[in-house]
Ligand binder design. Sequence first.
Ligand SMILES: [Zn+2]
Length: 109
Amino acid sequence: MYRKRRTRKRAVREIHYFISLALKPDTPLVYADRYVELARKLGMRARVSIPRGLKLFICRRCKRVLKPGLTGIYRVRSRPKKSVSVKCLRCGYTHRYVYSYEPEKIGES
Ligand SMILES: [Zn+2]
C-alpha cells in the first residue's frame, strides 16, 4: 500500500516534469510530442490521471502537444458558458473546458 502510494506521487511529479519540458519554447515539436506521450504512458501505468491544468496542453483527439500560439489556439469565452476553448491546429479539433468562477466576497469572513 505504502509503495503504491509512493509511486503514484512520483508519477504525478514526473508527469509535471515531462509536460513542462514539452512546453519549453525551444523544445522541437517532435520531442514535445514524445514527452507528452511518455507522460500519458506513465499516468496509465501508475493509474494516475493527468492533472486538469496540464490536460489543457494535450489534444483530446490526436494526443499531441498543444503549444499556445504554435499548435493550439486558446480563447476565453463567456457565452453560452464561461469556458476556455482550445483548438488544435494539427487536427482541427476544438475542446471546451467549462469553468465556474466565484469571486471572493469582499468584507466577509
Ligand atoms: Zn489534435
